[in-house]
Design a binder for this molecule. Structure first.
Ligand code: XMP
Length: 513
């Protein structure tokens, strides 16, 4: 039997990333809700030997007492690593004082105070990413402090005798420089796990093929294609598993996509020998979004229309299954795990109606974007698909402040095209995760040809760098290009005011809605 780590999930956006990072190390892990009593776990047959426990981050304060935690988990004499909320919980169990203090969101510098097993191989000073308001103010009994930041003392605390470790930051996010080293130290050195099979695209394809052959049998599948790398990779996977006559791709033209998407989808289906239905539903999208200004409501309406249109086509095609290229970042933001908070209902997750007239399959649901790109590479998809920049399914509709109408879509589409032209064709392209425009309703004054202009809207330029969209920094590499972006937007469109968004994620999200 393999060794494994149990991850108790207190609802962090990053819990699944812990599993993904451990899997990169070849370490098996299993996620359970944080209120699982130890005896319930012990009494059920497990397919792994428990070697250590990770307490994840979470959205609540430990003083809310919302999550019932069984103290037995930290009394098993097994190594325990508390992350963020888990760190605070662990400290409080050993009588530390936890208090709302100076919040830390995003980038901080960690200073190692004394050498430690957990931090072995980590530079004395390194960049870490935080997302917390509560802080461990006093040291828990029999713990030592091994690292701090300029804002908080107990950034890393350890009780080496009991193998208990707490870290305030997130080692699982790619922006934390030594995150992998810390997870490696904990699992391979402290928990003494013998590394097993690492995640590979080949293994994923093998397991997924077996799973869906059993589920789908001889039925037909329709699936949504949006033009992005997720849905195209999923389509390629399905086409590898099933014959052409069992599959139909659907591209729903919502009216909110870039002009070139429909051609890209057509070319892709031709290349992969997949039947394609192109369905124009833009009138319905515009008419049902008329007067709607609340972003959550917009997301839900968009999700509902997509599904209803898909259902109509599935019925005509006599398909029992509907497949979509949802990935884990869409899922987690929609707040689907027991203790996670809903950041926004992604149209393909939180926007789905409860009852649907087909069975949903989501082969990529557990993956993050970096793994999807690895899969696409393994399928030898063209480079322009593998590295295609992310574009949200609801398109320009979620980049418009207030009501969505054709005039605003056209404006934001033109501005996005200008930004993409400049950035995606520049030297910094490979550093950039996404570059786009957001249209906001802000009045401002201008002067053009000596005339007073009253601008009704402004354009926000958002250029971000990331590995998987879970943590993001605004691009500083973009500065030499901002002037060209601004001057082209004011010359080529009716926009008279352009600003640059300088917030990271966390605390901001990438999109504004
Ligand atoms: P945020 O804004 O949440 O974005 O930091 C993370 C990634 O998800 C995309 N995104 C969406 N994609 N439906 C989607 O299909 C949505 O409702 C949605 N909202 C955000 C976003 O573009 C980014 O790549």
């Amino acid at each position: 039997m393999k060794d494994g780590i149990l991850v108790l999930d207190f609802g962090s956006q990053y819990t699944h990333l812990i599993k993904a990072r451990l899997s990169d190390l070849g370490v098996y892990s299993f996620i359970v809700p944080a209120d699982l009593p130890y005896n319930q776990f012990k009494n059920k047959k497990q397919d792994f030997i428990l070697k250590g426990i990770i307490l994840s981050g979470g959205a609540c304060s430990i003083y809310d007492n919302k999550i019932k935690f069984d103290k037995k988990w930290v009394e098993l004499k097994l190594p325990v690593l508390g992350i963020c909320y888990g760190h605070q919980l662990l400290a409080s169990l050993f009588n530390a004082e936890i208090k709302e203090s100076k919040p830390e969101y995003g980038k901080e510098e960690m200073n190692i105070i004394v050498e430690s097993n957990l931090l072995k191989g980590v530079s004395k000073k390194s960049i870490i990413w935080m997302s917390h308001r509560d802080t461990v103010i006093t040291l828990p009994e029999n713990f030592i402090q091994t690292a701090c930041t300029s804002n908080s003392g107990n950034t890393v605390i350890e009780n080496n005798k009991l193998h208990l470790y707490g870290i305030q930051f997130h080692p699982e996010v790619s922006h934390t420089e030594s995150g992998m080293q810390i997870l490696k130290n904990f699992t391979l050195k402290i928990c003494k796990i013998i590394s097993v099979e690492k995640w590979t695209p080949e293994l994923f394809i093998k397991e997924t093929t077996k799973k869906y052959k059993e589920i789908v049998k001889n039925e037909r599948i329709v699936f949504g294609l949006s033009g992005g790398v997720d849905s195209m990779t999923m389509a390629t996977l399905l086409r590898k598993i099933f014959n052409k006559d069992k599959l139909v791709a659907i591209y729903i033209d919502s009216g909110f996509m870039p002009d070139e998407t429909v051609h890209e989808v057509l070319n892709f289906c031709e290349l992969q020998d997949i039947s394609l239905v192109i369905h124009n539903a833009s009138d319905r999208f515009f008419s049902e979004l008329k007067g709607v200004i609340n972003p959550t409501e917009k997301g839900k309406i968009i999700g509902k229309i997509f599904i209803e249109e898909f259902e109509g086509i599935a019925k005509k095609e006599k398909a029992k299954f509907f497949a979509q290229g949802t990935i884990w970042s869409d899922v987690i933001e929609s707040g689907v795990t027991k203790f996670s908070s809903q950041i926004k209902p992604h149209h393909n997750v939180g926007g789905l109606p409860k009852k649907m007239n087909f069975e949903l399959i989501e082969p990529l649901r557990e993956l993050f974007k970096d793994k999807v790109r690895e899969l696409a590479t393994c399928f030898k998809l063209p480079e322009n698909i593998v590295n295609k920049k992310v574009f949200p399914g609801p398109g320009f509709a979620i980049r418009i402040d207030g009501e969505v109408n054709p005039e605003k879509v056209s404006l934001v589409r033109k501005c996005t095209k200008i930004i993409e032209d400049i950035i995606y064709n520049s030297k910094i392209n490979s550093k950039v995760w996404m570059a786009f425009a957001i249209l906001i309703n802000v009045n401002s004054l201008g002067v053009k040809g000596d005339q007073r202009i009253e601008n009704q809207y402004a354009i926000v330029v958002r250029v971000v760098e990331s590995k998987n969209s879970m943590t993001v920094n605004f691009s500083q590499n973009v500065y030499p290009y901002l002037e060209e972006i601004s001057s082209r937007i004011v010359k080529e469109t009716e926009i008279g005011r352009v600003v640059y968004d300088i917030t990271n994620k966390p605390p901001a999200t990438i999109e504004w809605q």
